[in-house]
Structure formats: structure tokens, C-alpha cells
Write a protein that binds this ligand. Structure first.
Ligand code: SF4
Length: 329
């Protein structure tokens, strides 16, 4: 049984004008489904506004879904009351892109880490300080940092504090929402290594949200590519990088930096991402797709297996043609 099952999840928001009148509806998450196994990482990738962060919040039950199911460890969460949800909150934690905004600037690091330990009564009060020092050391900080405030740390150190806070409650699932996007490349690598070592140590599952395929290549077991609220490709990470079958995935792969500066770069993606309030007809990707035909403007492709028994799912009428524009890496 997977640790997390997301089934046909949907969430839309009302769009209002300056007078507060509803003028439309924005489908932020549009009928998405995936599974995440214990100890594995699913990378959820797509441009800003494609619904990745909303998906994370729906799983955490920070937003209420319009339809669909979120099954965690065999329990359907969307129908639970706030009280029934409480034990699951501990088992699912989030790490954010900007840990500074999620760390109370008036609290010391010691108080920030003590808070979840006290709320969930995880250690006796006389052992809280030892546990805080243990957590700090685990993430590469030390006891000297305990009485400092968030503004006294660098971005990388703040992310380490965010990770320590998430680990404090011994979760099973961590939703990491762009956790390294704001960091320098060398610090990114350190944080990714740290997350991977905790995964091995605690058999953690990660839903790793990212806006490009560069960051998640080496941390993901599976990858789901999202475009305008829908999953357009879902397969193992190894298969996705070797054999992308959706033109949007191909474009995202072409945008991944390569070490050879002399190699010509194709245009990664033409055109702007369409408004999710008024999405294109047929396949949402057709205005930007180099493979598009008239059929693509009329018929929406469904996410389906490439072949019988295949675990590679794609939503494209011409998936067999994809790869023509793929840059060799
Ligand atoms: Fe491109 Fe058509 Fe495939 Fe959509 S269905 S991604 S427009 S080829």
C-alpha cells in the first residue's frame, strides 16, 4: 500500500473583480492522481502557477479540495474534522522556499524547535533541550545557535532550521515546496544531500515541488509534470530524463543547464503560459507546442499509459513523435 494516494483531486478558486464580484473560476488543480511509496520521492514539476503548491496544501489539508481523495497511510483525509486530522498533521510536515517567512522573527531557534515538541508531547520537558541540540547537530548547526534569532542566519542555515523543525515531530511525509530555489548552487547541493541522508535514515517520503527539472533529477524516484493544473506526464525519474514523451517535458529538459557553454541552446519554451482563468481549447499546451495539429486545438488528450502494463503516463496525441527537439545532454 502506498503511503500517500492522491485520487482525482480538484480545487478551483473564484476570480473576483475590483468590486468583489465573481468574474470567473480558476481551476488550480484539475483532476490529478498519483501515489507515493514509503521511503520514496515524487518530484512535482512545472512553471509557477501550474498548481504544484496548491497540491501540497490540499494534501496537508490546509486547503479543502472541491473533489477527490487524499489517502494517507490508508486513511482518507478530506472528510476528517480538524480534531480527527490532528494526529496526521504530525506525520506530514512542510518545508518552504523561504524559511524566513515561516520562522517567527521574535522567537529564538530554541523556542522555535521546542514548540512542536511541546505541542505533540514528544519528549519529557526535562529532555527538550537535549533534543533541540540533537536536532541542530543533525542539520549541521550546533548548540551555540540555540539562543539566536532567525535574522542572524544565512538563507542556507535558515533552511537547515526549517528542516530541523520538520524533523522534530518525526514525520513520515515531508512536502518540500521549492526548498532550495532561493539558495546558491553550492548550498543547494548541501541541503539536497541533507534531505537525502534523512530519507535513508528515517525511511521518509518526500513530495518535492520544483519549477524546473534541474533540481529534482537526482532526488526523485518518480516525477509528475504539471501544466495548468493537470498532470501531463508521470513516470520514473530515470525514464523521464531518458525518454520524455510530452512536448512540455521536452521543453523543460531543454531548459536544464548543461556544462558545455558552446553547445547550442534551442528555444526552451515559446510564448507565455496561458491564463488558467481562460485556458486554451483542446490541449492546454497547444499554443506553445511545436508538434500541435488542428486536432490538438479541439480534443483534450487524456493522461494514459504509453503501452499496456506500462508505468509511463502521458497526455499527448503525438507522444510517439516527441524527442525531435530534445537537446542531447
Ligand atoms: Fe502538443 Fe498536441 Fe501533444 Fe498537446 S496533444 S502536447 S498540443 S502534440
Amino acid at each position: 500500500m502506498p503511503l500517500l494516494e492522491v485520487k482525482n483531486l480538484r480545487k478551483s478558486f473564484r476570480v473576483k473583480d475590483s468590486l468583489g464580484r465573481t468574474t470567473g473560476k480558476l481551476a488550480a488543480v484539475d483532476d490529478i492522481s498519483f501515489n507515493l511509496a514509503q521511503g520514496e520521492t515524487l518530484g512535482l514539476v512545472g512553471e509557477s502557477g501550474c498548481g504544484k503548491s496548491t497540491t501540497g496544501k490540499l494534501i496537508m489539508q490546509l486547503l479543502q479540495a472541491d473533489a477527490g481523495q487524499v489517502i494517507f497511510s490508508g486513511t482518507e483525509l478530506t472528510k476528517l474534522s480538524a480534531k480527527q486530522m490532528r494526529p496526521y498533521r504530525r506525520q506530514m510536515q512542510m518545508i518552504f522556499q523561504d524559511p524566513f517567512s515561516s520562522l517567527n522573527p521574535r522567537m529564538t531557534i530554541s523556542s522555535i524547535l521546542a514548540e512542536p515538541l511541546k505541542i505533540h508531547r514528544l519528549v519529557p520537558s526535562n529532555q527538550i533541550n537535549d533534543r533541540i541540540i540533537e536536532l541542530l547537530e543533525k542539520v549541521g548547526l550546533n548548540a551555540d545557535h540555540e539562543q539566536r534569532y532567525p535574522h542572524e542566519f544565512s538563507g542556507g542555515q535558515r533552511q537547515r532550521i526549517g528542516i530541523a523543525r520538520a524533523l522534530a515531530v518525526e514525520p513520515q511525509l515531508i512536502i518540500a515546496d521549492e526548498p532550495v530555489s532561493a539558495l546558491d548552487l553550492s548550498v543547494q547541493a548541501q541541503i539536497l544531500n541533507l534531505l537525502q541522508s534523512f530519507q535513508q535514515e528515517h525511511n521518509l517520503s518526500y513530495l518535492f515541488i520544483a519549477h524546473d527539472l534541474a533540481v529534482i533529477e537526482h532526488v526523485s524516484d518518480q516525477i509528475a509534470v504539471m501544466y495548468l493544473g493537470k498532470i501531463v506526464e508521470l513516470t520514473s525519474a530515470a525514464e523521464l530524463y531518458k525518454n520524455p514523451r510530452h512536448p512540455y517535458t521536452e521543453a523543460l529538459l531543454n531548459a536544464v543547464p548543461i556544462p558545455d557553454p558552446n553547445q547550442p541552446r534551442p528555444v526552451a519554451l515559446s510564448g507565455e503560459i496561458p491564463s488558467p482563468v481562460n485556458p486554451p481549447s483542446g490541449c492546454y499546451f497547444h499554443p506553445r507546442c511545436p508538434y500541435a495539429s488542428d486536432m490538438c486545438k479541439q480534443q483534450e488528450p487524456q493522461l494514459q499509459k504509453l503501452g499496456i502494463g506500462d508505468k509511463h503516463l502521458v497526455a499527448c496525441h503525438y507522444s510517439e513523435k516527441v524527442g525531435r527537439y530534445l537537446l542531447q545532454r
